[in-house]
Design a protein around this ligand. Sequence first.
Ligand code: ACO
Length: 428
Amino acid sequence: MSDKATLEINGEKYEFPLITGSENEVAIDVKALRGATGGVITIDPGYKNTGSCESAITFLDGEKGILRYRGYSIEELAEKADFLEVAYLLIFGELPNQEELDKFHEDIKSHAIVDDDIKKILDAFPKSAHPMGVLASLTSALTAFNPTSVDVNSDEDMYNAIVRILGKFPVLVAWAMRKKHGLPLDYGDNSLGYVENVLKMMFKNPTSDYEQNPILVNALDKLLILHADHEQNCSTSTVRITGSSHAGLFVSLAAGISALWGPLHGGANQAVLEMLEAIREDGGDTKKYMAKAKDKSDPFRLMGFGHRVYKNFDPRAKIIKVAADEVLGDLGVEDPILDIAKGLEKEALEDQYFVDRKLYPNVDFYSGIIYRAMGIPTEMFTVMFALGRLPGWIAQWREMRLRKEPIGRPRQLYTGETYRPFKSIDKR
Ligand code: ACO
């Protein structure tokens, strides 16, 4: 294959280098396009054909259902590693040895309190506030309480900022939920593992001890690993582009949280449960909703089915389905919503419409089911996604800063009015 792409504009030929990634993906390097052509740009709304960066963090092949973090398959990581090891791997590039992992965890724990004044900000929110809005605001507010800027040329500074946010973020996650439920805003328990501590902070009742359930710990650990990175998705691109102006880590993360909130991105897991609730309220007739999903004159879609990138299967969904079965079995959950979910899953997997279009349950379908069975309120589902995605956002922000990427500033094709003289108000 040639190592150049040729572009012809008005009879004039321009050559651009081809760049090949480590998995043989090919990109046309158009960095010189505008200068060489005297102003011609590419246009690609939604960036479906545009690589915004080179990255060594996550590899994804949607056709083959492959997802790897730093070269390790998601299947092996979910089975053999825990969330903190995966966080370290994503951020620093290698799996930690025991000493590195212990130090990482100790350093995170040393930052596991937030300034108590953050509670005053939380108090100002109405109970009805969506926890994603609360989480974005509090993450941003952390900047005010930890104002030292990160010198990205100092490994120590960078490391300290990273362990600081990994320590404080679970507290904010737990508080966003507890505030809504009128529960006291406690801190965690540093004798516990990262995930156990998250569960205890969220669910501890003031009048009794919290008992860990290893099945739930394992399921949450896996869910967080599966959500930890997904290359240049909407929220990750937001974190990178925000950080590219040299805005700090915490506010870049707050921007990512806002981007994740939407129902087309992280908000889909909430949408799945809302759909299941709506089906139950309408009598629980799954066949009716299967028919609606297939009816082209009906805008209804089965939430939690299909994926923009994965067209054969979502490798994350395969793993999490096993955990979902385990959790439901272990907890002996009897819940009409979960029965509807199982019914829909079975019908869709056997239905020709879904088989022909390669529409399979995605990770959001099963994550919603597990979260529901764990007793996590629907509005918190996207917050749990953010907790899982945190290491990915940090890793991508760090990579962007270390590579000294330029400020993200896309061009546009202007389609508005050409010059016109000002019209005075009496003539409009
Ligand atoms: N229910 C019914 N039909 C569907 C569904 C669905 N969930 N998803 C796709 N289809 C159909 C489309 O109508 C289309 O049919 P046609 O070929 O007869 O016109 C065909 O399948 C292809 O669909 P597209 O919309 O072209 O697929 P696209 O890749 O653009 O969309 C998407 C992917 C947005 C995820 C879509 O499948 C969908 O809306 N799913 C439900 C929402 C959801 O679960 N989102 C979460 C994604 S996972 C994540 O973000 C972490």
